[in-house]
Ligand binder design. Structure first.
Ligand SMILES: Cc1cc2nc3c(=O)[nH]c(=O)nc-3n(C[C@H](O)[C@H](O)[C@H](O)COP(=O)(O)OP(=O)(O)OC[C@H]3O[C@@H](n4cnc5c(N)ncnc54)[C@H](O)[C@@H]3O)c2cc1C
Length: 301
């Protein structure tokens, strides 16, 4: 399905579900988008790919502001990191050269496991960041990577760590702000991603992203995030601390697997029980860590 056809379908569905909508606006620039958001005073919303908006039942929404014309669809390599415009679709990101080169194609490994191809043609990266579903994979990965975001409201431009923004009432912030860019830093090492689902296109029952640097045979830095717990992805500082300075390999993975069940904070939702998540978190994390370590050493582990 093309992006244009997708937009048409989304617009019809939105009209059917969000019955309070009176107006669609095509913002010509960021200033216009912000002044429209401000004029609606919380009863207007930014429309990107529309996948989440089409499923929402927000009766209070009166206006939608399409931001596809703001020039925010791009992927740029910068100093070993990546800058991703907010309206870049997941497919465009997946296929872009800078993303394929970033961390040996790590984003491709993740995005190929996100939803199904027709949805990826429509879904934007910024939409995934603002929606930040607890079960989603992208937030877990962005927390592990230490992503930063830029956004603008009527007071000006803001930049900050996504991990910190998600601890704030960020949904309220984006009632009056437009997310413009996601910035991924460079890393001297490798990342891996793993998720457990019922089927290939289903959403995660548990997911994780692990990054490792290895120097002189020992782990020099570690980034580990676990998500869909059922909460949104969060780092595991106790595990990151435990890994640093150790020799990667079966002995360390066995130590981690033994500690995880008593250390992880998991819960029950309609998809899976806390007991099940506790039992599978160790194998999932160690599989992911072992993959990251093999990537750093060129499979030499
Ligand atoms: C069936 C299905 C399966 C999915 N599977 C997965 C999966 O396996 N893994 C995964 O990680 N995710 C998954 N997702 C989540 C998916 O990635 C998001 O739904 C999608 O990225 C949202 O983007 P969008 O452009 O459609 O957002 P929209 O619906 O346009 O917007 C979503 C929300 O964000 C706001 N918004 C959007 N862009 C901006 C912006 N730039 N500034 C301010 N506010 C903004 C909107 O106002 C709205 O509130 C799935 C979603 C669906 C529907």
């Amino acid at each position: 399905m093309s992006y244009r056809l997708g937009c048409g379908i989304v617009r019809v569905v939105i009209n059917m579900r969000l019955k309070g909508i009176r107006r669609f606006h095509y913002a010509r620039d960021l200033e216009e988008a912000l002044s429209l958001l401000s004029a609606y005073g919380g009863r207007g919303a930014v429309l990107a790919g529309g996948l989440d908006l089409a499923r929402s039942a927000r009766a209070d929404l009166e206006g939608l502001i399409d931001i596809s014309g703001l020039g925010l669809s791009y992927v740029r390599a910068e100093g070993g990191g990546l800058r991703i415009g907010a309206t870049t679709t997941l497919t465009d990101l997946l296929e872009s050269r800078p993303a394929r080169e970033y961390l040996g194609g790590f984003l491709g490994e993740v995005l190929r496991q996100v939803a199904a191809p027709p949805l990826r043609n429509q879904a934007t990266f910024g939409g995934a960041v603002v929606s930040a579903h607890p079960w989603a994979d992208i937030p877990t990965v962005l927390v592990a990577l230490g992503a930063e975001v830029s956004f603008q409201d009527e007071a000006g431009r803001h930049k900050g760590l996504l991990e910190e923004l998600w601890e704030k009432p960020f949904r309220h912030i984006f009632k009056g702000a437009v997310l413009t860019e996601v910035i991924l830093p460079p890393w001297d090492g490798a990342f891996a991603f793993a998720k457990l689902t019922r089927s290939a296109y289903d959403i995660a029952l548990l997911n994780c992203a692990c990054g490792l640097g290895i120097q002189d045979g020992r782990i020099s830095w570690a980034r580990v995030a676990l998500g869909a717990t059922p909460r949104r992805g969060r780092r595991l500082p106790w595990l990151e601390d435990l890994l640093v300075g150790k020799e990667p390999g079966p002995g360390l993975w066995a130590e981690v697997k033994e500690l995880v069940p008593e250390k992880v904070e998991v819960g029950t939702d309609r998809r899976a029980s806390g007991d099940w998540r506790r039992a599978v978190a160790g194998p999932l994390l160690t599989r992911c860590l072992a993959r990251a370590a093999r990537k750093v050493t060129g499979g030499n582990l």
